[in-house]
Design a protein around this ligand. Structure first.
Ligand code: SF4
Length: 459
């Protein structure tokens, strides 16, 4: 999972892009980077950790001169968590200096990489994104044409920003798995993973970039085209609405906060008649669904957990003992709220089940009487091949257990998942009813062909 941003035709491009990236920080905390051009020679700065780690004496934001910028925040699997895979990637080729930042997963990466290796290509990174730069470098024509030709060869999920001199390109795969939106500030266009990043920097959201669409922007002028004339059925990731996207972002004409409240209302309807003292959420993504549940069921909403936002992913966990300390550091129940209570506890999803089981343990230790565990999505039974780092099927608790088996494992009084129908209803497009979501991790029905050679470790 990653976040991307691009801004062109703006004297403050670096400052604005950095503020936008901080807004997208929830999409990736492993590494951050920006590429800047338009005035001096193209330069890329990348760093492990948060966006704030990008800036130091040498890369002080005021010193970054340029009018066009792309930026990236990365969440990756631990095997690929290294500076070498931090984006944007910048190369020099026959077309000049080019940089790219990518959100998604190119499923035919291994096949294309093998073909490129046979042609003599040299790879610097272990990430799927690099093949795009090779494909562009090997083609002749305008940047827009060679990008279109390259994208026609890729399969899977990709939302991209590409930079060359003052030209900013945005593109989205033919299914539109990952979000990508277009905005404007003054005479400058902005491309971003989410609308919140556009609004935070004072810009205005204009529209979504469509599946198969390429936008080429220079000096405040935009040209759009499609790299497939007949785009496939849209399959935008429904999990963006459940978990990944910010609650203040807009997707398909709906603010995500409201979508999550609706999920909670549907859950209250599914559990009509349930008795409890309080409704609580697992911070942060369960919050709005819990609010919706509480309102619809007339059960008191309480904040029963305190979340510590300062526990980095890299906190050392050498032993079980210290792992427990880390867990307690992250989320701590408020005894006075939960003691002696029957609780409806709302979270977004269950993946392996270990975190949920631990949460039940800390609540019981704090005196909770009964726990009804409620999830704002259906059971996850399949891995994601489109840019979300879910584990393989054998590590997904719902892929190998019935709901009753999961309930027993978690040690809770009841276990309820939002039905797929209700999830789709809550997320449904405000305007275009003919589009559909990807729901493959809940149904096992993947919109693209999946085989044992399908690559799944993009970002
Ligand atoms: S498989 Fe699941 S997480 Fe992946 S794109 Fe589809 S809905 Fe989203």
């Amino acid at each position: 999972m990653c976040g991307i941003i691009g801004i062109e035709n703006n004297e403050n491009a670096a400052v604005l892009a950095s503020a936008g990236l901080i807004t997208l920080q929830h999409r990736g905390e492993e590494s951050a980077g920006i590429t800047i051009s338009g005035k001096e020679k193209m330069k890329t700065f990348r760093s492990m950790g948060l966006v704030s780690a990008l800036f130091n004496e040498d890369t002080s934001i005021n010193k970054l001169q340029g009018t066009a910028v792309i930026g990236h925040v990365r969440y990756s699997t631990s095997a690929k968590n290294s500076l070498i895979n931090a984006q944007p990637f910048q190369i020099t080729c026959i077309h000049g200096n080019i940089a790219v930042a990518h959100n998604g997963n190119i499923t035919n990466f291994l096949k294309i990489k093998e073909m490129l290796l046979k042609k003599g290509a040299i790879f610097n990174h272990t990430s799927d994104t690099e093949i795009l730069l090779h494909l562009i470098a090997m083609s002749k024509g305008s940047l827009a044409d060679v990008t279109a030709k390259a994208l026609q060869k890729l399969e899977g999920a990709f939302s991209l920003v590409i930079l060359k001199d003052k030209t900013l390109i945005g593109a989205r795969d033919e299914h539109g798995f990952r979000p990508l939106v277009l905005g404007k500030i003054g005479n400058s266009y902005i491309i971003s993973s989410e609308t919140a990043a556009i609004e935070v920097i004072g810009g205005k959201y204009i529209r979504d970039i469509m599946p198969s669409e390429i936008v080429v922007i220079e000096n405040g002028q935009i040209k759009k085209s499609f790299f497939y004339k007949k785009p496939k059925q849209q399959h935008t990731c429904i999990f963006e609405q459940v978990y990944f996207s910010r609650p203040d972002s807009i997707m398909f004409g709906k603010i995500i906060k409201e979508v999550r409240v609706k999920m909670g209302e549907f859950l209250a309807d599914q559990m009509k008649g349930i008795k409890a003292d309080i409704v609580m959420s697992v911070p942060d993504t369960g919050y709005y669904a819990a609010l919706g549940f509480a309102r619809a069921s007339n059960i008191l909403f309480e904040n029963g957990f305190v979340r510590n936002h300062y526990v980095g992913r890299s906190f050392i966990k050498p032993s079980q003992n210290l792992r427990d300390v880390t867990a307690r550091l992250k989320l701590r129940p408020i005894k006075e709220v939960v003691n002696g209570k029957d609780i409806i506890l709302i979270d977004d999803s269950i993946v392996r089940g270990t975190t949920s089981r631990r949460l039940r343990g800390v609540l019981k230790d704090a005196g909770a009487k009964k726990i009804h565990f409620v999830l704002s999505c259906p059971p996850i039974i399949g891995s994601c091949y489109y840019g979300i780092d879910t584990p393989t099927k054998d590590h997904l608790i719902a892929a190998r257990s019935s709901i009753e088996e999961m309930r027993k494992y978690l040690g809770v009084e009841s276990l309820t998942f939002l039905s797929l129908d209700n999830l789709v209803k809550a997320c449904s497009f405000a305007d275009k009813k003919d589009k559909v979501f990807c729901t493959a991790c809940f149904t096992g029905k993947y919109p693209t062909k999946i085989s044992k050679n399908t690559y799944k470790e993009g970002c």
